[in-house]
Design a protein around this ligand. Structure first.
Ligand code: DGL
Length: 288
């Protein structure tokens, strides 16, 4: 007997790109993507019921990412963007293996941009415990012959989510986390939430250190593959009618998602609740 599949109806989006994160932080990546691909439709999934990923075992995060990847691919997306650094660090190979569409994580573009930016070859990276513990950034930096300094900054996600990005508390935590850094000249913001702390981080490290925002550089890499019009980067581009729509799925409370997202600049587009208990068994049915 086939497994029970719950049907949820979703407005049909043309040639959409699927973007996911553990929560609201990935909206920074979505915003960067939409600035570069304004005609493109997007599905965004925020796994707010299970956030934070940054403190969870890698195997668990990998399972979550696979479920979400399968769900978004089931919607017929043309590409998958893993906006979450922690999920990119631990789940990218399995997502690439099982997905029928191209998959982008945020780590490779971040490392690429840091390699371009550094003059001294000493690069710092900050992220969640999961990201830093995986050594995904450090390995790639070292493979390029760069010296990597890495620091987990677990409290910073909460600071941003509480709307305290410009507070004295944020200044204190950032300077504490960055206190023992060597003479880096480039620092990768290896977490979806850190672009919101850009001002505080820049003040802590000084203007001579270049900050690499993985949201921006990932959007740059994805948009290079997709034309601003609907052509999937291959063949003649086709103008997408009514393009630029976004549908957000959230596994937790949709109101809480919208509220927290205000810190990131708000949510534009529909929010559809997708309880995490139904994520693995749900099959979306698109309606015109
Ligand atoms: N999205 C996560 C990341 O970029 C940060 C939040 C979390 O820990 O889930 O690593």
């Amino acid at each position: 007997m086939p497994p029970y599949r719950k049907m949820i109806s979703v407005p049909a989006l043309d040639s959409a790109i699927g973007v996911f994160d553990s929560g609201v932080g990935g909206l920074t990546v979505l915003q960067a993507l939409r600035r570069r691909l304004p005609q493109r439709d997007f599905f965004y999934l925020g796994d707010t019921a299970r956030v934070p990923y940054g403190r969870k075992p890698p195997e668990m995060v990998e399972e979550f990412a696979k479920e979400i990847g399968d769900f978004l691919c089931g919607l017929g997306v043309k590409g998958l963007v893993v906006a979450c650094n922690t999920a990119s660090a631990v789940a990218l190979p399995s997502l690439i293996e099982r997905s029928p569409v191209p998959v982008w994580g945020v780590i490779e573009p971040g490392v690429e941009a840091a390699a371009r930016a550094t003059r001294t070859g000493i690069v710092g990276v900050i992220g969640t415990k999961g990201t830093i513990g995986s050594r995904a950034y450090q390995r790639r930096l070292e493979q390029r012959g760069l010296e990597a300094w890495a620091q987990a900054c677990p409290m910073l996600v909460h600071v941003v989510e509480e709307g305290l990005a410009e507070s004295a508390e944020a200044e204190l935590l950032v300077s504490e986390y960055l206190r023992n850094r060597p003479a880096i000249d480039t620092l990768i913001l290896g977490c979806t939430h850190y672009p919101l702390l850009r001002g505080v981080i820049q003040r802590a490290v000084g203007d001579a250190v270049r900050l690499v925002d993985s949201a921006e550089v990932t959007a740059e890499a994805v948009s290079a593959a997709f034309q601003p019009v609907n052509g999937d980067g291959r063949g003649a581009p086709v103008i997408q009618a009514n393009g630029g729509r976004v549908i957000h799925f959230v596994t937790g409370d949709p109101l809480a998602f919208a509220h927290t997202a205000a810190v990131i600049g708000g949510v534009e587009g529909e929010i559809i609740p997708l309880p995490v208990t139904e994520l693995a068994s749900a099959r979306a049915v698109t309606v015109p």
